[in-house]
Design a protein around this ligand. Structure first.
Ligand code: DAH
Length: 368
């Protein structure tokens, strides 16, 4: 066999055994590319005599044609095989159900849900929503709420204080200017009374902070504060509001409440409120049973607080309450450990969370 015939056979064998298009391209380059074996033979034609060129040229071009055709044929085969493999791998089962849209799969955290529920109930009663900063002054968090400096009631709150101000002119935090993380939402009462004239009807839901951590306490938690100031506001109004709130929130027609005397520096008289419940096999039902569960503190705003906030206690009076949002969330939705609320476990959220488009309304239902 001539050299040319051997070369042609070897190239055709390589073409036949190329497993994919990339391998085939490598064979093409090695035969027909600039430095390919057949291209090299064609380059020798220039040095031949005209007769020789005629015969050799024809032979080399025949070999080149054979290789070119074999390459094209093999490429078609490999292309078809690659397409078959892709079609087999990328089959779509059109009978499968559609995946839910993001608005269907996302979940609203139970605490956010309860924020919305509480806001909805009180908005329906004509309350406005007030907000204040998480970082407060000692003055607004304590002093103006009738916790005098050095008063033991301050010790009831395990407070996160910021370092006293270093500027000597500031008195290093004297006069209530020392900053802290608010220990309750009550400073929003102060801010509202200082900035608005009565009548006042607000609720203030928000974050609060105390140095405490166990199954029923987290260093950051949530409260909702309520405040009503007017000329004739009295405890009867407060009881009605709380009663209506509890029925609406726990979604029951009837609920029994108990008001016990208590102490808060900023209210006089001060009361704690329990709701009647039955604890049964790890479940709590409201509106029946023999047990009582404490849910909030309240009272008539202390005249000292009104005075400190520029309101004349001889003309105006009012009432306030404060309630733990985390606690009522756990009670309503059967959550056993407070810390779960803050773990952000997606499996937990899928179980306890709410659909984003099911927004609580009085008419449409709060939690359904
Ligand atoms: N601030 C109180 C606390 O965190 C809760 C509270 C009780 C708020 C009675 C009030 C109230 O407005 O009247 O312990």
């Amino acid at each position: 066999m001539s050299d040319l015939a051997t070369l042609e056979k070897s190239i055709l064998d390589q073409i036949a055994s190329a497993a994919d298009e990339a391998a085939l391209e490598a064979v093409r380059v090695s035969a027909l590319g600039k430095k390919g074996s057949i291209s090299a033979l064609l380059a020798t034609l220039g040095k031949m005599s005209p007769d020789e060129r005629k015969t050799e040229g024809a032979k080399i071009n025949l070999a080149k044609d054979a290789v070119t055709q074999a390459l094209a044929a093999r490429r078609d085969v490999l292309k078809a095989a690659a397409l078959d493999a892709r079609l087999a791998a990328e089959t779509i089962d059109v009978t499968l159900p559609l995946r839910d849209a993001p608005a269907e799969t996302g979940r609203i955290h139970p605490l956010s849900q309860v924020f919305d529920e509480v806001n909805t109930i009180f908005a329906d009663m004509g309350f406005a929503i007030a907000e204040g900063p998480d970082i407060e002054t000692d003055d607004y968090n304590f002093t103006k709420l009738n916790f005098p400096e050095g008063h033991p009631a301050r010790e009831m709150h395990d407070t996160f204080f910021f370092n006293p101000k270093q500027d000597p002119g500031s008195g290093a935090g004297a006069g209530g200017s020392r900053m802290l993380l608010r220990t309750h939402t009550s400073p929003v009462q102060v801010r509202t009374m200082l900035s608005q004239k009565p009548p006042i009807r607000i609720i203030c839901p928000g974050r609060t902070y105390r140095i405490d951590s166990d199954a029923t306490h987290t260093p950051q938690f949530h409260q909702v504060e309520g405040l009503v100031i007017d000329k004739g506001s009295h405890l009867g109004h407060l009881k009605w509001i709380l009663h209506e709130f509890c029925k609406a929130f726990f979604e029951v027609d009837h609920i029994n409440m108990r008001f016990r005397p208590s102490f808060f520096p900023f209210t006089e008289p001060s009361l704690e409120v329990d709701i009647q419940c039955r604890r049964d096999k790890g479940e709590i039902r409201f509106g029946e049973g023999e047990d009582w569960m404490e849910i909030l503190g309240c009272g008539m705003v202390h005249p000292n607080v009104l005075r400190a906030c520029g309101i004349d206690p001889d003309v105006y009076q009012g009432f306030a309450w404060g309630m733990g949002l985390d606690r009522i969330t756990m009670l309503k939705y059967g959550i056993a450990d407070l810390r779960q609320l803050f773990e952000n476990d997606i499996r937990w959220l899928n179980h306890y969370g709410f659909k984003p488009l099911d927004i609580p309304t009085i008419a449409g239902g709060l939690s359904s």
